[in-house]
Design a protein around this ligand. Sequence first.
Ligand code: C2O
Ligand code: CU
Ligand code: CU
Length: 527
Amino acid sequence: CENDRRQFLKLAGYGTLGLITGGFWPLSDYSAAAQSPKTLADTEFLPDLDISLTARPSEVAIFPGDPTQIWQYQAVVHRGNKNRVVEIPRSYLGPTIRVRQGEKIRIRFKNLLPEESIVHWHGLHVPAIMDGHPRYVIPQGQSYLYEFEVNNRAGTYWYHPHPHGRTGPQVYRGLAGLFIVSDEEERAVGLPDDEYDVPLVLQDRTFGTDNQLIYTSGHRMEQMAGFLGDMIMVNGLPDFTLPVSTCAYRLRLLNGSNSRIYKLAWKDGRPLTIIGTDGGLLERPVRRQYVFLSPGERIELWTDFYDSQVGYETSLISLPFDTGGMGGRRMGRGMMMGGMGQNQNLPNGAGFSVFNIKVTQRVEKDQPLPEQLSEISPLQQDEAVNFLNPRQFFLTMQHMQWSINGRVFQMEEVADDEIVQLGSKEIWEFHNTGGGMMNMMNMPHPIHLHGKQFRVIERSGVMHEGYVDEGWKDTVLIMPGERIRFLVEFDDYPGLFLYHCHNLEHEDMGMMRNYFVRDTISSDRHI
Ligand code: C2O
Ligand code: CU
Ligand code: CU
């Protein structure tokens, strides 16, 4: 414990992170004290859940023959003086962490990977120092102590590594897991639970004939498009079939892929009934014929097989779509990858089956779809401090490099226009203006904000029906030519947070920036 604590204090940013460049705020005199949560030494932090989470090389039998070498989160849960190892059946994914809103969580992260890493809690509102910013990376053998109270709405969140330049390969090797939060409001609605509440993590992978994972060639063009595997994995398993009974299910889908976008639909033509998105339940269910799910996004489906016969089979499929340029069908398969990678088989925008569903059992269980799922406060755009003049971000490519407002990630850099006031509401506007070259290099970008959930208030450009912008979001897909606006309130925590493209290869290339939430009270510029 003492070791953990020392490590934590060191990582809390004591010491100088100074870097001064023209027009950017210096990140010196980081005042960790103000943000530092209580540590192991303070007995006041009594966790409701205490987990040791270790990232380590491991192996798993996915196919007949040799096991696949993976990297994995493995967990031991401490309760009282009992330690329980969390079993993960035949999957490279990490354990699903389930908590209730208001619970205090301690996670003792240990890095046993042969390289630096750090864990980020995607979608959770946590203090900056608990958010897994890449500047907190720890080398092999070291630990990082996370302690925070879960104050999010009920919803499907997740965790994954966030070391700069290495997020893509680390997630690809298996490092990811779900973090599911429940709350009173959700329990009162009475949704399908236990075996009828099914999390499904969608990812694509490429395996060699030796059963080992193959990542990108590292070729610049391939990096710019993002990694695309030729096999769809669900919860870490290929050819996934979900056996169901003749009743209602809550399916929680996470797109945990590096760069693949899914255009989801039911093969039998029934519409999708969506009950939740990134930040939890919608106010009321919405129906769509199809819905886009880009990397990092979550969607919750209500699906009921009450009128199906035992033996009935269907699939969740991904429909073909035009990505508007690079990585899309418009360029043609041969031209797109030009033989540079292993992933010619399944370009972004191809059609394929994601997983199968098979009705295997009749049950008498009648559960109607609730009309009201949660309460979501009405949008008050005019309360935004920059209502008349939203903060603008342009997603473009410059010099074979994806950028935001012409900038790429610098570990300790915040520009003047990336500083917000704690306690303020703002409108942020993103334009996907593309990569030039006669639109050949246009790409969709799923933009993700750390620190807060936001509300999409406007989407203009190509009008697709496949978006669910109604609820709380932390990641939003922006197609080439589109412009979106979201409303966000920075009312939680001061400090340094990230916003970035969740195409992990784009992120690793630097399509990521810091933003700084300045504490109004101290009104200093220190981060
Ligand atoms: Cu899931 Cu910074 O990302
Ligand atoms: Cu995140
Ligand atoms: Cu991108």
